[in-house]
Design a protein around this ligand. Structure first.
Ligand code: MN
Length: 282
């Protein structure tokens, strides 16, 4: 229980619940992100960091964080999707914020589905090198390259903003335009945008939105990305009510130093700190 700077404890009631989804069956290139949740827990231990976030929030004292462990992955995709939705629903039903650790990005589709069934259509802020808007990849509509296409088609998103994109295809652009997706491409990034959202906000962080120099433990290298600092700054400055978030695509098999898992842990903690910081302002 020493992950995330030691802020995790046991409690019946809670504000945040970690949920690991060790699932990488929908990865199109390398497997390995199923090891992500364990790596993030290991590389955010209290021996390495404390529980204070940069916005002055002490996650150990100012809220209750519990760990629901890793979902058991079994059966076909339909079964896995159902298990993910149930796991997330349990946390949302408790009035808490799910902190979802992937796994590959395909997990965001069922997670968003659970969140949208609790809150209605969501604003979605999506950090990624890729738009993940393919209709299908290698014949699979549930590939980690497709979740946001499914989310848009199903009407789960009232709006989608994609940040860090640098691997757009012609098809992606057409889909983005068709669905009115807004995106911030790396080539257009300075100054950092201050993003505002009106509806319950879902944040999805693919670790490859960061430059591989900052996060080498990912399956698809796409140089020219965000610095860890830039992503944290966008989180700190955004205006919106975050009701659920995921941090996905940590691949420990490419993360020898553990720096990617450490960055994922830090980002998750900063999002939790941001949520509490905004609640205090109200
Ligand atoms: Mn992705």
């Amino acid at each position: 229980m020493n992950q995330f700077g030691g802020c995790v404890r046991q409690s019946e009631t809670f504000d945040f619940a970690l949920l690991g989804i060790p699932y990488d069956e929908k990865s199109s290139f390398l497997k390995g992100t199923s090891g992500g949740p364990a790596a993030v827990r290991k590389h955010s231990s209290v021996e390495m960091i404390n529980a204070w976030t940069e916005l002055g929030i002490n996650l150990e004292e100012d809220c209750v964080v519990v760990d629901h462990g890793d979902l058991v992955i079994e059966g076909d995709y339909g079964q896995v999707s159902k298990n993910i939705q149930n796991g997330v629903k349990t946390i949302l039903d408790a009035g808490a914020v799910p902190v979802v650790l992937g796994g590959d990005h395909s997990v965001s589709y069922p997670v968003v589905r659970a969140a949208a069934s609790a809150y209605g259509p969501l604003d979605i802020l999506h950090f990624d090198a890729h738009p993940d808007l393919y209709d299908e990849l290698y014949g699979d509509p549930f590939s980690h390259a497709c979740p946001f296409r499914r989310i848009l088609e199903e009407g789960l998103a009232a709006s989608l903003v994609q940040v860090g994109i640098r691997a757009f295809t012609g098809e992606h652009r057409k889909t983005a335009e068709k669905f009115g997706v807004r995106w911030v491409e790396m080539k257009d990034i300075p100054p950092l945008p201050e993003l505002a959202f009106a509806r319950p906000l879902y944040v999805s962080i693919d670790m490859d939105s960061l430059d591989p120099a900052f996060a080498p433990g990912v399956s698809h290298y796409e140089p020219g990305g965000l610095t860890t600092r830039q992503l944290i700054q966008i989180i700190h400055r955004l205006r919106g009510d975050i009701i659920c978030f995921d941090v996905v695509e940590v691949n420990p098999e490419r993360d020898e130093s553990g720096i990617t898992a450490a960055a994922a842990g830090k980002l998750a903690m900063e999002v939790m700190g941001k949520i509490l910081y905004e609640r205090r302002k109200k």
